[in-house]
Structure formats: structure tokens, C-alpha cells
Write a protein that binds this ligand. Structure first.
Ligand code: NAP
Length: 242
């Protein structure tokens, strides 16, 4: 059985990606950190739409948890194979660098950058053995452009962009592609509280994006049709950056 693992699948962009993966016929592993109720809602909706999957609770930033839960899942589910990995889990904790506490740096880097490393390392071996795989990392406009007040978040996402390009070259011969999507402003819990009216005026399409608009692009990069695209970063930002 072919599976897609979506980290941070309980809410926002990750949830929309879970639905997309289910539509593409994957058994979806819905990862989340704490919000079981929302994760269950994602899974219920997948099942209502005729798909299937299961919840997989672990903190992507916690090496031991990833190793214990994910590695254990892979070992005990030998009939299932994670063909698609979407590294989507991420947090922000915005503050000027001058005032940034150690834990604000560590937590943001830990979730996006270490999370990418721990989860990808755990999943990659089975993709290498099958000589096929799709890895899509959800980065950000901040990782390309850098945004003030987000030195930690920009560094984390830029780090994942570098890792995307390097890993793409390591595994290309084994039928595995590694790409990233870089959303701009997308309406989710993460952007709640931002001054949408003011920000919208800077975006050429004059609105925030939807999680579904990100999920469509992720779905394409995760498909067989995208087999000659690797090491790329696709911006999804309503024209804000380009
Ligand atoms: P969100 O609505 O805040 O959802 C975050 C998701 O990540 C939740 O499912 C959360 O799980 C999960 N998560 C957080 N820390 C985790 C951890 N340590 N281990 C496992 N799961 C964890 O965020 P979003 O807006 O959908 O963002 C998704 C991704 O897109 C992030 O990487 C973000 O940086 C990126 N992004 C977002 C935007 C935007 O405008 N929204 C723009 C560019 C990039 P729980 O529910 O259990 O907390």
C-alpha cells in the first residue's frame, strides 16, 4: 500500500495537502504534534471523501520521538510504503533579533530544519530501496527574501531550501525527487492576527492565498508527472516576490 506522510497535517496547509494526497489515491499518514482533535477532523474528512489513512503523533523536532514512532511504524508496517513525504510542519515566533531568546531561535529552527532532517532521514531508506519517491518541503517567501522580525524563521526556511537542493542531487539517480514550495501569505492559524488589509495591498493579486492553492502545487510536485523537476523551489505568493 502506497502512503503519503504529511507532517503537520492537523491544520492549515498540511490539512489541505492531506486531502490532496488522499484524492491522489494515497493512504495518508496525518502527523501532528499536539492537536489530536483537529488531526482527527482531517482524517474523518479523508474517510468521508472515500480515502483512508491514520494519525501519527510525533514532534518532528524531537529526534527520539521521530526515531521511536516513525521508525517503529515503518518497521511494523512492512506492507505499507511511504512513497511521498511532505515536510510541512512549521512554526513561527516573530521578534527582532535584538530581543530574540535562545528558545525562540531553537524552537523555530528545530521544527523546520531539524524536523526536515529527522523525518527525511527516517523515511529515505525505503524510497532508496524502491527506487522511487517524492519529497516536497514547505518553505516560505521568508526563506527566499528574508523578512524583518523573522530572522529565525527566514534562516530555518533558507536552510531547508539549501537542503532541498543538496538532497535532490544525492538521490536523483534513484528516482527520488526533492522539491520545495514557498508560499507567501496564506490564510491559516499562522497568519491570524496579521494586518491583512495592509498586507493585501502589497500583493499583486490583492488577496491572501488559500491552503488549497498550495496543496494543488504540492500535488503536482508529488505526482509522477513531475519526474524531471528536482531541486526546485516553486513560489506560491500571488506575485509578491517575483
Ligand atoms: P498552522 O496552521 O499553524 O499549522 C501548523 C501545523 O504544523 C499543525 O498541524 C501543527 O500541529 C504542526 N506542527 C507544528 N509544530 C510541529 C512539530 N514540532 N511536530 C509536528 N507537527 C508540528 O500553519 P500553516 O500556516 O498551515 O503552515 C504550514 C507550513 O507552511 C509551515 O511550515 C509554515 O512555515 C509554512 N508557511 C505558511 C505560510 C502561511 O502564510 N500560512 C506561508 C509560508 C510558509 P498541531 O495542530 O498538533 O499543533
Amino acid at each position: 500500500m502506497k502512503c503519503a506522510l504529511v507532517t503537520g497535517g492537523s491544520r492549515g496547509i498540511g490539512r489541505a495537502i492531506c486531502y490532496k494526497m488522499a484524492d491522489m489515491g494515497y493512504y495518508v499518514l496525518v502527523n501532528y504534534k499536539a492537536n489530536e482533535q483537529e488531526a482527527q477532523k482531517t482524517l474523518d474528512q479523508i474517510r468521508q471523501n472515500g480515502g483512508d489513512g491514520e494519525l501519527l503523533k510525533f514532534d518532528v523536532a524531537n529526534k527520539n520521538e521521530v526515531n521511536e514512532l516513525l521508525t517503529n511504524w515503518i518497521e511494523t508496517n512492512s506492507e505499507k510504503y511511504i512513497e511521498v513525504l511532505i515536510n510541512n510542519a512549521g512554526i513561527k515566533d516573530d521578534v527582532l533579533l535584538m530581543w530574540m531568546k535562545d528558545e525562540q531561535w531553537d524552537n523555530v529552527l528545530g521544527t523546520s530544519l531539524n524536523g526536515f532532517f529527522y523525518v527525511t532521514r527516517a523515511v529515505l531508506n525505503s524510497m532508496l530501496m524502491k527506487k522511487y519517491g517524492r519529497i516536497v518541503n514547505v518553505v516560505s517567501l521568508s526563506g527566499l527574501k528574508g523578512l524583518p522580525g523573522q530572522v529565525n524563521y527566514s534562516a530555518a526556511k533558507a536552510g531547508v531550501i539549501g537542503a532541498t537542493k543538496a538532497l535532490a542531487q544525492e538521490v536523483a539517480r534513484r528516482g527520488i525527487t526533492v522539491n520545495a514550495v514557498a508560499p507567501g501569505f496564506i490564510t491559516t492559524d499562522m497568519t491570524e492576527g496579521l494586518n491583512e488589509k495592509e498586507l493585501k495591498s502589497m500583493i499583486p493579486v490583492k488577496r491572501f492565498g488559500t491552503p488549497e492553492e498550495v496543496a494543488h502545487a504540492v500535488g503536482f510536485l508529488a505526482s509522477e508527472n513531475a519526474s524531471y523537476i528536482t531541486g526546485e523551489v516553486l513560489s506560491i505568493n500571488g506575485g509578491l516576490y517575483s
